[in-house]
Design a protein around this ligand. Structure first.
Ligand code: SF4
Length: 248
């Protein structure tokens, strides 16, 4: 895992954010480097993604949709115990058995279908080889993954960044919530708007993207809750814009 990464100021890079990607508006001055440094100083390295192999990370990225990580861990433990954490094993196991083993992750039939769809895609396009798949250029592979049943932008980007070490920033609900509460983005901004905002603000650095997203998740879980955010104890409290109404 990376040691502390010192970011360059967002707007001093050779690739400044075009106005349309300055999500907070023309006068906004996002300081993502300060956010990162502050969060890293508060939480330290997060050692993401929790997974022993790229395939296990992919399985985790699919299973964690709409559920907590503790529920996913149980499902992954079951799959590991049954030696099913390989693309070939997931392809070969019956749908019913797979669904039963991942029951703890919720929506287990849907998720079993998604896992099956992913390994079918991997077989059809890359002869079952993750190494081959991850040699595909990032944009092309992202488009392919988004075409697989059950893989949306957040899951595709988690797979690309954490399993494949591709340069893609992962946006989740915590990211959006923090940006909106800090007036760096609004509800009208799409997933792609927010992703590009990070990618055009930050140096192109995979370990940095890895660590930053993990730190954002930690902030969201511990402080920036949907209801009753703990701003008074949050490491990011100094970044709240003045006269911001209390986050709700
Ligand atoms: S808890 Fe408050 S200070 Fe912390 S990120 Fe959320 S809105 Fe900002």
């Amino acid at each position: 895992m990376p040691a502390r990464v010192h970011l360059q100021p967002s707007f001093s890079t050779s690739n400044p954010i075009p106005r349309e990607f300055s999500l907070g508006g023309a006068n906004a001055s996002p300081k993502l480097s300060d956010y990162y440094d502050t969060l890293f100083a508060a939480f330290g390295p997060q050692y993401w993604w929790p997974g022993r192999t790229p395939f296990e990370i992919i399985v985790g990225a699919i299973l964690t949709q709409n559920t907590s990580w503790s529920n996913v861990e149980l499902a992954i433990q079951n799959l590991r115990r049954k030696k099913l954490l390989t693309p070939g094993a997931i392809e070969a196991v019956s749908f019913g058995r797979l669904a039963a083993l991942i029951r703890s992750s919720g929506y287990f039939r849907q998720k079993a279908k998604k896992l099956k769809a992913f390994v079918r895609f991997l077989r059809a396009e890359y002869q079952g080889s993750l190494a081959k798949m991850f040699r595909t250029p990032t944009r092309a592979l992202r488009d392919q993954l988004l075409g697989v049943h059950g893989i949306g932008p957040e899951t595709a980007d988690s797979i690309l960044l954490y399993a494949g070490r591709h340069l893609v920033f992962v946006v989740d609900a915590y990211t959006r919530r923090i940006l909106e509460r800090h007036q760096l983005a609004g509800p009208k901004h799409s997933y792609e708007d927010v992703r590009l905002f990070f990618e055009r603000s930050l140096p192109p650095d995979v370990p940095l993207y890895n660590e930053f997203h993990a730190l954002i998740v930690q902030t969201g879980k511990d402080y920036c809750r949907k209801r009753n955010p703990r701003c008074d104890q949050c490491p990011l409290q100094d970044f709240l814009p003045e006269r911001t109404p209390p986050a709700s």
